[in-house]
Write a protein that binds this ligand. Sequence first.
Ligand SMILES: O=P(O)(O)OC[C@H]1O[C@H](OP(=O)(O)OP(=O)(O)O)[C@H](O)[C@@H]1O
Ligand SMILES: Nc1ncnc2[nH]cnc12
Length: 171
Amino acid sequence: MDFKDKIRVISDFPQPGVRFKDITTLLKDGPAFRAAIDQMAEKIEDKQVDLIVGPEARGFVVGTPLAYALGVGFIPVRKTGKLPAETVEAGYNLEYGKDRLAIHRDAIQPGQRVLIVDDLLATGGTIQATLNLVNQLQADVVGAAFIIELTYLQGREKLPADLDVFTLVQY
Ligand SMILES: O=P(O)(O)OC[C@H]1O[C@H](OP(=O)(O)OP(=O)(O)O)[C@H](O)[C@@H]1O
Ligand SMILES: Nc1ncnc2[nH]cnc12
């Protein structure tokens, strides 16, 4: 399946110059959504993942069905001020803004094998911040998986060279 056929591209959203990759058109197509999650699961099935970590909000939409498919737990990374227990935090820049992310301090035990999952890799800021968080918790990061990679923003180059990065669709 060519997932690009299912992803809507909207120019100048949320600000001029950004070509926004809208996955809602993929998500509403049941067979396509399932095929995307199944293909991600196939790519990482030999990684012996203990936990999937996904950043708010679209990382939840992709990360939770993948966790279900693999039979592993899901750890949410949220914008600061949303998680109720003790957290660690990290700041980051986006293609269109900046923010801070948080994870529960007790979400991951040292050495647990973690896969980071999001819908899209753009500048890499979100994933760098997520890596910062899971590294603070001494996780063993086995890779990062995305539906979409915006290669023109070179996010992959900002990630550690030894990090396995999986993407289904590249623009
Ligand atoms: O690689 P980056 O430049 O960091 O960009 C990618 C991030 O941007 C989008 O999330 P956004 O922050 O817009 O939040 P949302 O998922 O809540 O819409 C997207 O879902 C990724 O998480
Ligand atoms: N161009 C883009 N489309 C969708 N989500 C994004 N997050 C960051 N850049 C994006």
